[in-house]
Design a protein around this ligand. Sequence first.
Ligand SMILES: [Fe+2]
Length: 289
Amino acid sequence: MTTIAKPDVRGFYDEPSGSIGYVVSDPDTGRAVIIDPMLDYDEKAARISTATADLMLAYVTDRNFKVDWIFDTHPHADHLSAAAYLKEKIGAPTAIGEKIVEVQKIWRDIYNELDFPCDGAQWDKLFADGATFSIGNLPTRVMLTAGHTKASITYVIGDAAFVNDTLFQPDTGSARCDFPGGNAETQYDSIMSILALPPETRLFTGHDYRQGGRPAQWQSTVAEQRAASIHFKNRPSRDDYVRLRLARDKTLPLPRLILHALQFNLRGGRLPPPESNGRSYLRIPVNYF
Ligand SMILES: [Fe+2]
């Protein structure tokens, strides 16, 4: 019988956005990856700071981990990615799913940035659906799990799947699909593929909104989701799910930072190029939403 490799997983919770970034490490070799690291952003001052990313950095340096990769699961709409910041600090390559180029095209048009390069070159590696590789001794597989965005991918590392904004904790259900390029049908298929993983698979989500005021949580299993997810325990059909998802999405306000975040995150976690005075500016399309 083969035993499934079990990475050590440490989550870093960002209270303002309810996001979770992860350091995933191989206990045998000390090789590690960072998933969905975030920067801090003071909206009133338009000031970026790095306290949360620096906690992740200290965690890996204190343990002498060798970081092989910095992964984004998708372009986030509610916080700024620290991928480029951490790459500068530790030199590890960055990666995201190859469908990112489609999301770049959608937002290039929304921002009217016609010379924005939509080729994914802002990352070192673009993963195709089904890509496999190892992190130390941990077998790793990429699953395209689109729906929340066209580019969302899940990294399955040993017995742990980093499902980002597909499934949240069972008491919270699934992620919204109403941002440009989102699709509830695709989301249903993606979640079905996650729920088809072995029942003991640990699932690590991308957000937690502390349902009912409970402490933040970010870990479940496939078995727990199948038994208790408020959106999936009753085995909805695709049509049932889509109806429920679309109705729910109509009630949700946009994330506070969506227009700030996408133009930064679609550059791999970088500001737009500086203007003639040496300063970078964010663009806000008025009355788009
Ligand atoms: Fe998201």
